[in-house]
Design a protein around this ligand. Sequence first.
Ligand SMILES: [Zn+2]
Length: 301
Amino acid sequence: MIAGIDIGGTSTKLGLVEGDRIVGRTRMATVGHADPDTFADALAAAVRELVDQVGGVLDSVGVGAPNGNQHSGSIVQAPNLPWRADVPLASMLGQRLGVPCVLGNDANAAALGEWRYGAGRGIDDLLVVTLGTGLGSGLIVDGRLLLGPCGNAGELGHTIVVIDGRACTCGRKGCLEAYVSIRGMRETFRELGGEPRVLHREGVLPITEAAQAGVDEALQTFRSTARWLSVGLSNAVAFTTPRRIVLFGGIARNGNLLLGPLKERFQQDLLSIYQGQVDLVLSELPEDDAGILGAAALVSL
Ligand SMILES: [Zn+2]
C-alpha cells in the first residue's frame, strides 16, 4: 500500500491507499513542531502507527506540499508553511520509513488525483485548477503531467490578467490569483462597497451566504470572479488545449454562484475553434480524499 500525505498550512492529512481506495486515514498538525526534523519524526511515526492499525505492508510514500519540487524532493520556501528554508522532506521521510518517497507540489497532486480517481479519469489532456487561499493548477498534456525544470509548469496563478492591476503576493501586479482566490474575492467585495461586517469572519463563506441571501455586492463579487477566471481559463485553452478543466476547492463548491456565470462567460471567451470542445466541471472527489489520493498517485508517475 501507498501512504498519501497532503501537507497544508495548518493540518497534514495522511491516508493509506490500496488500489483506488483509502483504507485508513489520520491527520496531525503541521504547525507546532520545533523544526523540520521533529515534524518528519512525528509524520513518520503517524505513518507507522496507521500501517499497524490497518495491517499491511507499506510500499512507498507520496507527499503533496505547497511549493513541493518533484525533482529535488524538497519543499522550497513555502510561504504558508512554518519553515523558511528548503526542506528535503522526501529523503527525510524515506530514511525514517525505509521505503521510496516522492514529493511533489500540491496542485500537481490534485491534478493527478482527478486524473486517476476523479472527474478527469480517462482524459489525457486535462487542466485541474485549485481555488483556495491561492490559485494553483496542474496540467496533463498527451497523457503526461507537465513538470518543467522546477516542477511547477502548468501554474496559472501568477499569469497576469489585468495590466497594472492589483498587487499580488509575488510582488507583481494583476496576477489571476490576486482576483480568483479567497483573498481576491474578499478584496473584490470590499472594492464593490460591500458591508465590512460581512468580512468579519474569515474565508469566502460569509460572501457566499450574503450572495445566497441576494446581497447585490456579493452576487457581483461572484460574477466578477467568474469573469477573471474565464479570461485565465480561456487563455490556458488557447495555449495548451485541454479537453477538460476540473475546478477544485472551496470557492468552486457553492452551487452555481461561481460556475453559472463562469460557464456563460467561458463560452464567449473561448477561441471559436474550441467552442463546445472543452468541458468545465467540478471535482468529484471529497475534499479530504483528493489530496491523499493525489499524493499517492505521485508515486506511480
Ligand atoms: Zn502573482
